[in-house]
Design a protein around this ligand. Structure first.
Ligand code: PMP
Length: 360
């Protein structure tokens, strides 16, 4: 068996050790006589899996008891509606920063529920930078300030946490969660779809400051009410049990790697290698302002678009998969999440060098 290097933006590559453990436990989880997939979510076995995962996530991300940790469903996209329904009064407003396609989706959805102020945008320049915070037109009246620390499609990543003063800061960390240390105490709410750095799709993790619970609008669907989910230990209904279990295995794996400090250093090294190679080449290019280049998602173009298909075919033949850029931006994109080994980045760079030599 040979495993390919999978550069997909999500669902993304998972640590091989995790997959092996899941395989070994597939038919009989720790003597229970059944797979985790077949267990009642109310059983002692599953409750212990769920609680251990939450404890490990709290430890990895440094989440204090002032916060609830929720394991929800519906992906990060359903949070785009869940957040305003829980945090914004019907006659209230929220501030949003627009740095790319995922910001825009969050803005469009929130606009259905109240007044959204786009306090800063880098759209005019093609989302290649983050607007300087001194220029943001924020309001202290806003129910919250929302931003997207890592734009998965554009490959744009904040290198700072915005200062929102007394206004709760809300972050879509889908593609940056657990990739580097973050001071959770600066946030009101952090959410992340699991299928990048956490586990399989079907799960979204939400970290919410407890004083923000209990303010949902009357019409909020029960399944979207943070207070209900928190009161029921994320088991108001049947949760995505297998995804939750696999997330727990990923958390254990990440702890064994040395946690977010160690993985952050590795992620920075992996990304720098690739960006340095791109910058040194006159065949490949990345348009993002260097300070805001994502460690997780590296989009790049070839000297001529007509070479894209040949590049992808050659990459596939070497087991370097899913390098095609998002349909909205074209070109290529290499996603380098926590589980992508440095050897995968080295193999990609070797191939890119060879392709440029032969076709450049
Ligand atoms: N936000 C960001 C930053 C993302 O990268 C994604 C998925 N690529 C989403 C939101 C949407 O996530 P989901 O598909 O889980 O709804």
């Amino acid at each position: 068996m040979t495993r390919a290097y999978n550069f997909c933006a999500g669902p993304a590559t998972l640590p091989e050790e995790v997959l092996r453990q899941a395989r070994d436990e597939m038919l009989d989880w720790q003597g229970s006589g059944m797979s985790v997939m077949e267990m009642s979510h109310r059983s002692d076995e599953f409750v212990s899996i769920a609680e251990t995962a939450e404890r490990d996530l709290r430890e990895l991300a440094g989440v204090s008891d002032d916060y609830a940790v929720l394991f929800m469903q519906g992906g990060a996209s359903s949070q785009f509606a869940t957040i305003p329904l829980n945090l914004m009064a019907a006659d209230g407003s929220a501030d949003y920063v627009n740095t790319g396609i995922w910001s825009k989706k969050a803005i469009a959805e929130a606009s259905r529920y109240g007044k959204v102020n786009v306090v800063a945008s880098s759209e005019e320049g093609g989302f290649t930078t983050v607007p300087d915070q001194s220029q943001w037109d924020c309001s202290v009246e806003a129910s919250y300030l929302h931003y997207t620390p890592n734009e998965t499609i554009g490959g744009l990543e904040f290198d700072f946490v915005p200062d929102s003063g007394p206004v709760p800061l809300v972050a879509d960390m889908s593609s940056t969660m657990l990739s580097r240390p973050v001071d959770v105490s600066k946030f009101g709410l952090i959410y992340a779809g699991a299928q990048k750095n956490i586990g399989p799709s079907g799960l979204v993790t939400v970290i919410i400051r407890k004083d923000l619970l209990g303010h949902a609008r009357r019409e909020t669907p029960t399944m979207m009410n943070y207070q209900v989910i928190a009161d029921n230990g994320s088991m108001y209904n049947t949760p995505a049990t297998y995804s939750w279990y696999l997330a727990g295995l990923v958390f254990k794996w990440l702890k064994a790697q040395g946690g977010v400090e160690a993985i952050g250093q590795l992620n920075q090294r992996k990304a720098s290698k690739l960006y340095n190679f791109i910058d040194d080449s006159d065949f490949y290019a990345n348009p993002i302002a260097p300070r805001f280049r994502s460690w997780m998602n590296v989009p790049f173009t070839l000297a001529e678009d007509s070479l894209n298909n040949d590049f992808l075919a050659g990459a596939n033949a070497r087991g370097l998969l899913n390098l095609k850029g998002h349909r909205s931006v074209g070109g290529m994109r290499a996603s380098l999440y926590n589980a992508m080994p440095e050897a995968g980045v080295d193999a990609l760079i070797d191939y890119m060098a060879e392709f440029a030599r032969e076709r450049g």
